[in-house]
Design a protein around this ligand. Sequence first.
Ligand code: XMP
Length: 510
Amino acid sequence: MHKVVVLDFGSQYTQLIARKLRELGVFSEIFPFNIPLAKLRKEDPSALILSGGPQSVYEKGALLVSKEIFKLGIPVLGICYGLQLMAKLLGGKVLSSKKREYGFASLEVRDRTGLLSGVKDKGQVWMSHGDRLERIPPGFIISGKTANTKAAVIESSKDKLYGVQFHPEVIHTRDGKKILTNFLFRLSGLKNEWSLGSFIGEKVKEIRGFVGNKKVICGLSGGIDSLVTSLLVHRAVRRNLFCVFVDNGLLRKNQYLDLMKKFRRQLNLNVIGVDASELFLDRLKGVISPERKRKIIGELFIRIFEEQARKIGGVDFLAQGTIYPDVIESSPVRGPSSTIKSHHNVGGLPKRLKFKLIEPLKELFKDEVRVLAEELGIDKDFITQHPFPGPGLAVRIVGEVTRERLEIVREADEILIQEIRRAGLYKQLWQVFVVLLPVKSVGVMGDRRTYQRVVVIRLVQSEDGMTAAWYQARPELLARLSNRIVNEVQGVNRVVYDITTKPPGTIEWE
Ligand code: XMP
């Protein structure tokens, strides 16, 4: 099957490029810009895309690639920084632009024989860089320009090298999809043969080949990612998959028992239940740093797996439900898109890990995982449930995690979910949760002064968890939530509403 490799130069849109290609039916993977040439050759891509990036190609320390990548004999599309880099390496000239062009611009089409076939004249494109291409490299033509950018689209049909100064991957570029389609199918001759359906078959085959008749252990977190992972691995190795579901004391109200029932009865998985809440709470005593919490929780999980694995005997593999946003947000090794926080799936793994890892969802976005879940026979209610972080309620209690605080968060969370469902909003929101703050505030209840905790309500809308908007909730809903939480949850006398988007905030508070 054809694969397109996207080289990451640090653009905030890199993952979006990969994602768009998959939507168009072409498998794609992202690698850091400095992947060794030999490794890139081994990946055997059918085409290459150079992402955008915040740097200037003429800067000291600019992220560069070897000129050899243009001699691999495969089509290359440079986007924004990618175009500038390609042009500079091939003999063009890039300058800082006096008239910067950020945001919308109008594309004047001058040649429709290649990348811009079928693209409308004067259509809107999305620009986001301060540099421009002053002189194009030999062998290239300019096929599109904008008011401030003379070389907005360049092409060398002989060498199959293409560049666009704007971002075809974002929806603000009107014919962006058309341009990518042209690059993939018209110019690179790829076929649209990738789909999530074919993904299941391929992954199952791959896992079977990798694991053979060895045993696999998989931790279920209660979320959809680890469950889909388990079902994929289950298809591949059947009885040789042993799932472990740990009650870490950081789950929602009734979550442990409800889920055990579902895993065993409904989905026929072989699940070992472990009650380790005492252990987790003990180890979290006095811990305040979010990263420390994640590391402790991640390590304990692994220790428990190791223990269970020892009991089962002969387990060589650990399956994990790491998905794409976890990878890019945690790992500087995938590319320069900067590290934001270490999700326990990824960042918390101890070095002494004794298992080989299986991470079949590593390249997928959340909504793609949901489609897979449906194909694997998971019920709609479970699929449409909001994501729940691996470290559970621990990252929703700012400061130390204690039994008393967990109780507060659980009760408030239960009320919030009830009310959101009652208002018919659950499905249109990406996530709703409460956060407990480590401060107390003064209040008055009845005639008495109170000095109690503050709970934050967070309601967000998002497509894939990478960016998010706070939900503009109706005042009546907020009033009801505040009223119920203060009245029904012991120890809380104040409720506040979080109105922060991502970025600059993250969805969770820790
Ligand atoms: P943030 O807070 O990074 O969250 O904007 C993006 C999405 O990821 C979930 N999340 C996690 N999931 N382990 C997980 O498995 C984690 O450590 C973790 N932290 C955040 C978060 O709930 C949101 O949906």
